[in-house]
Design a protein around this ligand. Structure first.
Ligand SMILES: Nc1nc2c(c(=O)[nH]1)N[C@H]1C(S)=C(S)[C@@H](COP(=O)(O)O)O[C@H]1N2
Ligand SMILES: [Mo]
Length: 528
């Protein structure tokens, strides 16, 4: 009786080990909050009655978390073994058990505070991997001679009366092959899980450190946001974008988790005295606070890959001066911990009248991991792809003629000054409105140049001036509103900005490649 239970159970155990390992690795790489094991553990802690918690702490002390994880491991092992045996006898019942287990992990992961849809992924990966592994392992399960004969043969060669289905040598080979596959699957699972936990341990350290950081008080504070900068219209982008909704663009599949203690910035290349700056040294420098609107060159006309934040950091020009740029250098090639690069004109970074920051703070918080923690660059007036390097670790002075950056190698322009643009936020696309006074509102920007006016056009008619809100500065976008006397029918609204230098936003349509989109975004509404 041993073999028909033991080997399928082993198959189930190995399959589940592989699944859990794959799930943990997927979590570490794509969804740090979606680890099935950690989520189930967290849910268990949340749901456990007080006496159970007290019992765990009383028995295991500070090892209570490790004990809980061991308990979960044992539970998973039991479920795996059971699934193997059941699947062997009555497929697909065992696979259903695995599916239920994965569903449990998924539910635990997506119901945790601050979780997102992506947090479901690791549990799905775990479930799919375990199911496939179980199916394949059961296929290579050695066929017993007979239910009893096999066990008897094992115990001493007293062959049973019914003849074996396969010769013993063959059965032995089958068994070894099965054990190799099962053992291999389990080993891969354990390795993947260990790898996942190791990666997450690093990220947990960075996250924990981030939470303890107290940002230094700026020596030069940003002036308070003027009361008149925020029109407070429903549906209009707030003048300062909260970190949680700030757009995110980067090439990093997994958000780099950098521990400030391990962070440094090297200033290299065409400089007299190259040097390296550490986190503590950076924190000790006099900090500047400045509001800058950041925008992606891939933002289509009317798009929302733009946000405005108050950044805290140290002026990059001071660092560059300390290194002493050599004549001939005209570009700073900044590099991120993940290898991504940006090419920024040196003269922009050295400009005394432009607050180019090596930023550590965003809207009063340490930079969120997604936005470059611990240190990034922020440059007013240039698109992000040539200036806003997140997780920055190197600034190399070089020449545009000698080197190219990540996006330049992919067809984008080496320099990326932002273009004059504006957007309608309110009313919403295809809104149905009652006739009469309708508030049209939006934002307009040309960072570091400034916006002097916005005009609105209805159905291709005359351009009429909108009211501008107070700007925080020329480095930020500005809100605007226009009161429109709407008559029944379908209408097309457009807006255009006028810059502080008198440039009028062009209606010529250009796509985002190679240096930013232009045109006027139409907004269709129906008035009745
Ligand atoms: N390391 C790194 N930094 C990067 C990028 C990137 O891919 N990797 N993308 C850049 C681009 S294209 C933009 S638009 C801005 C976006 O910054 P955000 O994600 O904080 O909004 O970051 C820039 N910095
Ligand atoms: Mo971008």
């Amino acid at each position: 009786m041993t073999r028909p239970v033991l080997l399928p159970a082993a198959a189930g155990l190995a399959a589940v080990a592989l699944g859990v390992g794959a799930g943990e690795l997927a979590a570490a790489l794509f969804a740090p909050n979606g680890s099935p094991v950690t989520s189930v553990g967290g849910a268990a802690i949340d749901l456990a009655p007080p006496w159970a918690k007290e019992f765990m702490i009383a028995v295991f002390g500070t090892g209570d978390k490790a004990a809980l994880l061991t308990l979960i491991g044992l539970l998973v092992a039991v479920i795996g073994g059971l699934a193997g045996v059941v699947e062997h006898r009555r497929p697909p019942l065992g696979r259903s058990i695995i599916g239920l287990g994965a569903l449990l992990g998924l539910l635990a992961a997506v119901t945790r505070a601050g979780s997102g849809v992506l947090d479901a992924l690791p549990s799905v990966v775990a479930g799919v991997a375990a199911t496939i592994a179980l199916t394949l392992l059961l296929r290579v399960l050695p066929v017993p001679a007979t239910a009893r004969g096999a066990g008897a043969a094992e115990r001493g060669g007293r062959a049973s009366a019914s003849a074996p289905a396969a010769p013993p040598a063959r059965r032995d080979l089958d068994r070894r092959r099965f054990l190799a596959w099962a053992g291999g699957s389990a080993a891969v699972g354990v390795l993947a899980a260990a790898g996942g936990f190791a990666i997450q341990a690093g990220s947990r350290v960075a996250t924990a450190v981030r939470e303890t950081i107290k940002l230094p008080t700026p020596v030069t504070s940003a002036p308070p946001v003027p009361a008149g900068a925020e029109l407070g219209i429903d549906g209009l982008a707030p003048v300062v974008t909260p970190n949680e909704v700030f757009y995110r663009i980067d090439t990093a599949l997994a958000v780099p988790r950098v521990n400030p203690a391990d962070w440094s910035l090297a200033i290299t290349g065409l400089v007299d005295t190259p040097f390296t700056l550490g986190w503590d040294e950076l924190l000790a420098l006099p900090m500047t606070e400045h509001a800058t609107t950041l925008m992606c060159v891939s933002n289509p006309v009317g798009g929302d890959l733009i946000g405005n934040a108050v950044w805290l950091g140290y002026p990059i020009r001071e660092l560059l001066r300390r290194a002493g740029p050599q004549s001939g250098a005209d570009m700073v090639l900044s590099r991120s911990v993940d290898g991504w690069t940006a090419s920024t004109p040196l003269e922009v970074l050295l400009d005394d009248d432009r607050e180019c920051l090596l930023a550590i703070g965003m809207n009063g918080q340490p930079l969120p991991a997604e936005h470059g923690f611990p240190v990034r660059m922020v440059v007013p007036g240039l698109y992000g792809y040539v200036s806003a390097t997140k997780w920055v670790t190197e600034m190399k002075l070089t020449r545009f003629a000698d080197e190219t950056a990540y996006w330049t190698d992919r067809g984008w322009s080496p320099r990326g000054p932002v273009k004059l643009q504006s957007r309608i936020d309110v009313p919403a696309t295809n809104a149905e409105l009652p006739a009469g006074e309708v508030v049209v509102a939006g934002v307009a920007w040309q960072q570091h140049v400034g916006v002097a006016g916005v005009e609105v056009q209805v159905d291709g008619g005359a351009w009429r001036p909108a009211e501008l809100a107070e700007a925080i500065s020329d480095d930020t976008w500005v809100q605007w509103r226009y009161v429109w006397e709407a008559s029944p029918g379908d209408h097309i609204l457009r807006c255009r900005a006028i810059s502080a230098t008198g440039e009028v936003q062009t209606g010529d349509v250009q796509g985002v490649i190679p240096d930013g989109a232009t045109g006027w975004a139409p907004r269709l509404v129906t008035v009745s």
